[in-house]
Design a protein around this ligand. Structure first.
Ligand SMILES: *[C@@H]1O[C@H](CO)[C@@H](O)[C@H](O)[C@H]1NC(C)=O
Ligand SMILES: *[C@@H]1O[C@H](CO)[C@@H](O)[C@H](O)[C@H]1NC(C)=O
Ligand SMILES: *[C@@H]1O[C@H](CO)[C@@H](O)[C@H](O)[C@H]1NC(C)=O
Ligand SMILES: *[C@@H]1O[C@H](CO)[C@@H](O)[C@H](O)[C@H]1NC(C)=O
Ligand SMILES: *[C@@H]1O[C@H](CO)[C@@H](O)[C@H](O)[C@H]1NC(C)=O
Ligand SMILES: *[C@@H]1O[C@H](CO)[C@@H](O)[C@H](O)[C@H]1NC(C)=O
Ligand SMILES: *[C@@H]1O[C@H](CO)[C@@H](O)[C@H](O)[C@H]1NC(C)=O
Ligand SMILES: *[C@@H]1O[C@H](CO)[C@@H](O)[C@H](O)[C@H]1NC(C)=O
Length: 912
């Protein structure tokens, strides 16, 4: 009998081939690392938890990089580490002296106000190998300049977004510099006695802080400046051509996000050596006449503006005259109609991006046939249409990268020119109806093909493998088509280098081929929404169980087998899978105790075993999983008390133990407002292993992906046998958004300290034996959307009908015989007996297991970087809030929520 893999099967394996050598490091450097850790954590922070005293392999610690042959520390990436609560602080530079081989030092976003060093000792200078020094987003003032002089090999210096002001005098220190970033400071003059040749100077966001006029003029002292980034400044009323006229070596000028008027670019044409001009997301007026005189431009970026077709050719000027152009970005503009024919004159063009306009782009790309150098074309987000290919013509270009994603149009067949292409490395044809077979010839012809996206193209028939093994293809997505039949058994042999394989939403049937297990590089495999059956292993004795071999994959990081019919016990030990970070086995039929299953998986970050039939107690070794942020054990048959070891998990943000048979007291919990960056997956190419949540109420489930989950914090202990009083210390969980203690046997009062739960949005205490008054201070909980204390023994008056409490209806209070006042129909009469006063010290009773440890549920706020936070607030937060309020609204008596994992795939192709 086969194991039926239901509609949703996701098996994700993160396998990283290149392991690191478990190197030790110099004793002296290790001791110095601990001093650094102490400095960042002073007085009581918890950053850098993986730097452990007993661990000698400091080259494998996070944020540390060593030279693999010498074992010496060469890079320290110490960003966003300091305890932000403590405010500005000073760094003792002697702490870096042991790192004599240091090349890279990054200290950004740490609120450092200055460096402390022995007077006149220039300690930092002793780091003679230092090439890269990043001090962005700190609180340095001009006094930092005297500490960073005289480096013998410094190439890049980042001082942006500090408190530098007025005159910046670098004396002689610029001689080796290639990159200098002074953005976001209030400076008005730059002086350097010996300028560096070939310098790249960044001065973004200067005018928001003060006058830029003098500053631009002082750039005359940098005659060798070759690259200048003036993005995000306001140049209305300025004539940049005049101010930059003496920069005769300037080759690259970035004016992205600037505010311009009709004079700003006047005389820019005089900068005759300019090869690159970037003018994306400009506001105000962009006068064409001026920059189109830059006849030597090789690179022009005009993306995210409002240019129409006249930019290509007006009466006497146009992009089409810039016949040295090699790279042209004009995506996200107002181009419309047919592909402009004058593009054929840009014979040097190598990269052309026209995406997200209103153009009609022929699938055959016929108008571009003569562009023999074209390697990269992006026409996605336009109207892609079919056109009769001319069989006699073969294009002169050899594309390496091709994006032709449409908007669901019908185009017939694969364009003929693809049959001649042998250099493709990346191709994306999505959301167009091709209605052909799987183009295995495309993989066969293009030996260097690395990524192939063919999602939602109405492709039919079986999945055809290339005839020979293809050694380059690492990403293949054929999701959402009409493929049928078996997944070929040789897939693992023919595509042995796959890292990501997405085949969901098709009609594949039969079993999962064994050879997939041979693809040692595979990180993500999505076979969901097919009609696959059969066993995962042919060995029938393992049928239906989670196969043991999963636990033997040394690089497995991300395992999602949720929503299947796996039964039997958990594998005894995920022994060698010590890198496991994210495990979801929810919604299966797993039985038996958790036993020692994850004993060795100390890196686990999210563990979801909810909706199974697990029995026994929560294991006492749980504190070994010291990185745990999300623990979901709801909907099982677990019993016994919560082990005290659970309270040592000081990074938990979400804990769901609901719907079990757990008993004993509710622990007192505390939260520390700790900030640490979200480092889920270090790989850029496939950020697929981000966790995501699905919150479900009876019929509604909402899923939240990616960084949203960082904002999430909650406790669900509902539907268990917990007894005793609610510890008032729970009121210290000031960051918590959901607290559900309903359906237990809790006694005593509602602690008045709950009025400190400033972030709480859902509070459910219904179906317990609580007595006393509802603390009137709860009306201060301004984010509360859902509140339920029904079915208790509460007495006295309901809270005033103000703020959020004006919205709670009778059902929130019902079945409390001695409760009176609005919205209940029972009026509070004088005859009412005085209600007992709630006490603040009830928690003494629980000391038996509580005084051992204070339980910190740590709240991981999204503190990635200042700029990302802005993005997150604008983008994620509105969506999250809206969805969340909806969730609160549909909640009824019970607060059901659980976590499953989806796999958002963000694959980005970087063109250099
Ligand atoms: C951490 O240190 C700060 C500042 O010294 C102090 O206010 C706070 O109480 C300390 N917290 C703990 C848990 O020790
Ligand atoms: C590592 O050290 C060796 C020997 O000093 C040196 O040749 C090599 O360039 C270093 N590698 C890096 C990445 O610094
Ligand atoms: C800086 O650190 C060194 C070594 O730990 C110590 O000797 C020195 O006194 C410190 N300097 C200051 C100003 O704290
Ligand atoms: C700059 O910071 C230093 C401490 O690093 C302080 O002593 C000095 O007064 C500051 N200077 C100005 C001009 O604010
Ligand atoms: C450019 O150089 C000329 C001659 O050296 C000088 O007179 C002029 O002031 C300079 N202009 C700027 C903007 O620095
Ligand atoms: C290409 O350039 C030539 C010479 O400048 C011009 O005569 C011709 O019209 C241009 N072709 C197109 C299609 O614009
Ligand atoms: C391409 O060049 C050939 C001659 O080299 C010419 O006949 C043809 O018209 C050109 N095609 C386009 C689209 O410009
Ligand atoms: C590419 O594959 C097609 C179909 O198999 C074949 O006709 C064509 O000759 C191949 N092209 C090259 C350049 O190998």
């Amino acid at each position: 009998m086969g194991l039926f893999l239901e509609m949703f099967t996701v098996l994700v394996m993160a396998v990283f081939l290149q392991g690191w050598l478990p190197l030790g490091c110099l004793e002296e450097e290790r001791a110095a690392l601990f001093q650094l850790k102490d400095a960042f954590n002073y007085p009581n922070g918890t950053s850098l938890p993986s730097w452990r005293k007993g661990d000698i392999h400091c080259c494998s610690w996070e944020n540390v990089e060593c030279n693999s042959s010498t074992g010496r520390v060469i890079a320290l990436n110490l960003w966003s580490l300091s305890n932000h609560k403590q405010g500005d602080w000073y760094f003792n530079t002697s702490l870096f002296l042991p790192f004599q081989e240091l090349n890279d030092l990054s200290l950004w976003d740490n609120r450092i106000a200055g460096l402390v060093e022995k007077k006149g000792s220039y300690e930092l200078q002793q780091l003679s190998k230092l090439k890269y020094l990043d001090l962005r987003y700190n609180r340095f003032n001009n006094s930092i300049l005297s500490s960073i002089v005289g480096f013998s090999s410094l190439k890049s210096l980042y001082l942006s977004y500090n408190r530098l002001e007025g005159l910046i005098d670098f004396k002689e220190s610029l001689s080796t510099l290639k990159v200098l970033d002074l953005s976001g400071n209030n400076i008005n003059k730059l002086v350097a006695s010996r300028g560096s040749s070939n310098l790249y100077l960044r001065l973004n966001h200067i005018t928001t802080y003060g006058s830029s006029f003098q500053l631009l003029q002082s750039l005359g002292a940098f005659p060798y400046l070759t690259k200048l980034d003036l993005s995000d400044n306001n140049f209305r009323g300025r004539i940049l051509g005049d101010e930059l006229q003496n920069l005769s070596s300037l080759q690259r000028l970035y004016l992205d996000g600037c505010s311009l008027d009709e004079h700003s670019l006047h005389k820019l044409g005089a900068l005759s050596s300019l090869k690159l001009l970037s003018l994306s997301r400009v506001s105000g007026i962009i006068p064409y006449q001026d920059f189109l005189d830059l006849k030597n431009l090789k690179y022009l970026d005009l993306s995210s503006n409002t240019f129409n077709n006249s930019i290509f050719q007006t009466i006497n000027k146009g992009i089409c005259d810039l016949n040295h152009l090699q790279i042209l970005y004009i995506d996200n503009n107002d181009l419309s109609g047919f592909l402009p024919s004058c593009l054929a004159n840009l014979t040097s063009l190598q990269l052309l991006s026209l995406s997200s306009n209103h153009l009609k782009i022929p699938m055959s790309l016929n108008p571009l046939y003569n562009l023999s150098r074209l390697e990269y074309f992006d026409g996605s987000g336009n109207e892609i249409y079919a056109e009769e290919d001319d069989h006699n013509l073969s294009p002169k270009f050899q594309l390496e990268v091709l994006f032709l994603s449409g908007r669901g149009q019908s185009v017939g067949t694969f364009p003929k020119f693809l049959y001649h292409k042998v250099n493709l490395q990346y191709m994306s044809l999505t959301n167009i109806q091709i209605k052909g077979e799987f183009p295995n010839w495309l993989i066969e012809n293009n030996t260097y093909l690395q990524e192939l996206h063919l999602e939602n193209c109405s492709l039919l028939g079986p999945f055809l493998l290339p005839k020979n093994s293809h050694m380059s293809l690492s990403f293949l997505s054929i999701s959402t088509n009409h493929f049928q039949g078996q997944i070929p058994s040789k897939i693992g042999d023919r595509l042995p280098r796959l890292e990501v394989l997405l085949m969901s939403d098709n009609g594949f049937s039969g079993s999962i081929p064994l050879s997939l297990g041979n693809i040692s590089s595979l990180q993500v495999l999505d076979l969901s929404n097919n009609v696959l059956t059969g066993t995962i292993l042919s060995n029938n004795s393992l049928q239906g169980q989670i196969p043991r071999w999963i636990g033997n994959m040394p690089s497995l990081e991300f395992l999602d087998l949720s929503r299947n019919n796996f039964s039997g016990h958990l594998p005894p030990r995920f022994g060698t899978s010590s890198k496991l970070r994210h495990v979801s086995l929810s919604r299966n039929k797993l039985q038996g105790p958790i036993a020692m299953a994850f004993y060795d998986s100390c890196e686990i970050f999210a563990l979801d075993l909810s909706h199974n039939d697990l029995t026994g107690r929560i294991p006492e070794w749980i504190d070994r999983l010291s990185n745990l942020r999300f623990l979901l054990l709801g909907y099982n048959n677990l019993e016994g008390e919560i082990p005290i070891q659970l309270y040592r998990l000081d990074r938990l943000t979400l804990i769901d133990l609901s719907h079990n048979y757990l008993s004993g007291n509710i622990p007192s919990l505390m939260i520390s407002a700790h900030l640490f960056p979200f480092q889920y997956n270090s790989r850029d190419s496939v950020s697929s292993s981000e966790p995501s949540f699905e919150f479900t109420t009876k019929n509604v489930s909402l899923s939240y992906r990616g960084s949203i989950v960082q904002y999430f914090t909650g406790i669900d202990f509902s539907c268990n046998n917990f007894s005793g009083e609610i510890p008032p210390k729970i009121g210290n969980l000031s960051m918590i958004k959901v607290l559900n203690l309903s359906h237990n046997s809790l006694t005593g009062p509602i602690p008045p300290t709950f009025s400190r739960l400033k972030e709480i949005e859902s509070l459910d205490l219904s179906y317990n034996k609580l007595d006393g008054e509802i603390p009137p201070q709860l009306t201060k909980l301004f984010f509360l959307e859902f509140f339920n204390v029904a079915h208790n023994n509460l007495s006295g008056k309901t809270p005033a009908r103000v703020a959020q409490f004006a919205t709670f209806e009778e059902s929130c209070y019902k079945d409390n015989p001695f409760l009176c006042g609005q919205p209940l129909s029972k009026v509070c009469g004088a005859a009412m007996s005085p209600s007992p006063t709630p006490t603040l010290t009830t928690n003494e009773d629980n000391s038996g297991f509580m005084d051992m440890d204070v339980f910190y549920v740590t709240f991981g706020v999204a503190y990635i970087m200042v700029l990302l936070v802005i993005g997150a607030v604008l983008y994620i937060n509105p969506y999250w809030r809206r969805a969340w309020f909806y969730f609160i609204e549909v909640s009824s008596n019970n607060c059901y929520y659980f976590l499953v994992d989806n796999i958002p795939i963000l694959s980005k192709f970087g063109f250099s």
